[in-house]
Design a protein. Structure first.
Length: 229
């Protein structure tokens, strides 16, 4: 059984302001992730790691290939799914922790996290959000303030809390520990271990060797997917 299966996926950007110049990014992307497994994408900056995550999440449309994700009893191809189905997958199947926190201005941090469960569950969400914020060492006195007033490390911990709050079968992590100190890196390692025990399939980009060694069941060198210009 797999939660995510990618077959021969490729991505090329078209530079419309450069007379339609085509910029190949990755090609021949093939790997799968089982429930409870963490696959780490490795390679230098610009190799296409974040582009692969965005193709899985549906932010980038791949030019060819399949990206099958488990959604209930079915496997849905993100590569061909219509926009409405992509949105449903994000609510019900695929979580994503990006490198940067994007939040509506003036919304309190606890609501930024709680809203990951949807507005219908906001009260329960606040309770669960508080548990995660406390674990990630965000002082309770800050929960009612907008994250824009926080330090970079605090904002990233709010971002992590929001991404880890929903119980989704697939979780994508793009450098979640990059701006964290060792204490909070250890918290994130523990959170990832808990997700794996719960059967979540994880694809992560991690440059910190110690974090990668602690969480990875398999490391995939993205250089093998380099697209020839």
């Amino acid at each position: 059984m797999v939660a995510l299966d990618i077959t021969d996926a490729a991505k090329t950007f078209t530079m419309h302001l450069r007379d339609g110049l085509r910029l190949p990014v990755v090609a021949g992307v093939n790997f799968s992730v089982a429930p409870g497994q963490c696959v780490v994408l490795a390679g230098p900056s610009g190799a296409g790691k974040s582009s692969i995550l965005k193709m899985i999440y549906g932010s980038y449309r791949c030019d060819q290939g399949r990206i099958l994700v488990c959604h209930g009893d079915a496997m849905v191809d993100v590569a061909t799914a219509p926009p409405r189905q992509i949105l449903a997958l994000r609510r019900q199947a695929i979580g994503y922790v990006s490198q940067f926190l994007r939040a509506v201005p003036r919304v309190p941090a606890i609501d930024v996290v709680a809203e990951a469960l949807g507005r219908a569950a906001i009260d329960d969400g606040r309770t669960r959000a508080g548990v995660l914020l406390r674990r990630l060492n965000i002082p309770e006195r800050l929960w009612g303030l907008p994250p824009a007033t926080f330090s970079g490390g605090e904002q990233q911990r709010v971002n992590i809390a929001r991404g880890f709050l929903p119980a989704l079968p697939i979780l994508l992590l793009d450098e979640p520990t990059a701006s964290l100190d060792s204490r909070n890196r250890d918290v994130v390692i523990d959170l990832i271990a808990e997700k794996k025990r719960d059967g979540v399939a994880i694809v992560a980009i991690i440059h910190d060797d110690d974090v990668r060694d602690a969480i990875a069941d398999r490391v995939i060198d993205v250089n093998q997917f380099a697209a020839a210009a």
